[in-house]
Design a protein around this ligand. Sequence first.
Ligand code: AGV
Ligand code: CA
Length: 310
Amino acid sequence: MKNVYLNHDGGVDDLISLYLLLKMENVRLIGCSVIPADCYLEPALSASRKINDRFGNPDTLEIAASTSRGKNPFPKDWRMHAFFVDALPILNEHLPVRTQVAEKPAHLDIIDKLKAQEEKTTLIFIGPLTDLARALEMDPSIEQHIEKLVWMGGTLLPTGNVEEPEHDGTAEWNAFWDPEAMDTVWKSDILIDMVALESTNQVPLTVDIREEWARNRKHEGVDFVGQSYAAVPPLVHFETNSTYYLWDVLTTASVGNSSLVKKQPVYVSVEANGPSQGRTYEDKNGKEIQLVHDVNHDAFFSYILSLMKA
Ligand code: AGV
Ligand code: CA
């Protein structure tokens, strides 16, 4: 049983990650916060509370709202997805919502929740690192309460996934949204697993996977996940930058079952400014992190399916 604190940014894969964490028998979710990066805050907060009502425990988990703002905003189209998940009937069957919103904003909630535990806690961040950077600036002593940080973000590949004016395309989005926050976290001594595009590129959401979920929709959890991903349907007739990968779900699954992924130590720095901002690159003077670069594709998909069926 390990303590986990989740900070997410309300994308479909963020909300499914919260759901899967609640289903893991070896994880005790001690806290959760929502940052309005790849989402709008209200629907993402609301959907998170409803997911905990339905699949978790409204008496023991509350959800904190972030007050953080990024340097490079996400496209509005992507930020809208949380409205869809929040409106799914399966999350609105038993209203009013019971799960409480935490009293303090996310960065302060992180400090409180970490310090309230006797054991160390694993942090899962599947959006930008802004709330962690702010928590560290406020109270650097939280470092000793952190087992490690498992972060979805960054890449050492030549091409990231940012396609924006005035940017050269070398960054991953969670790094790009707030490169300075990354810099702050990088200056700490926290152990970091960086679940980079190297591994998440290996788990695209294909039509075959969607169809497998559809065939298994008699299980409530599989139906919920399938319906949620219908917010980001496959576009197969033309090239777009909208291929959906299971970025955050892989990150979360790697905490529940570490045998799914392979890591290697690498020294990494971050570009904080200019047209490459948010780019992560190998640098012998950088921070030593564990790059999660490979995943057992089939084992990963059967692991998450078994959680959804449980
Ligand atoms: O860069 C990946 C991160 C993950 O945390 N997010 C989505 C995941 O939640 C940003 C992102 C990149 N491409 C996207 C994204 C897309 N096509 N749609 C929505 N979000
Ligand atoms: Ca995310």
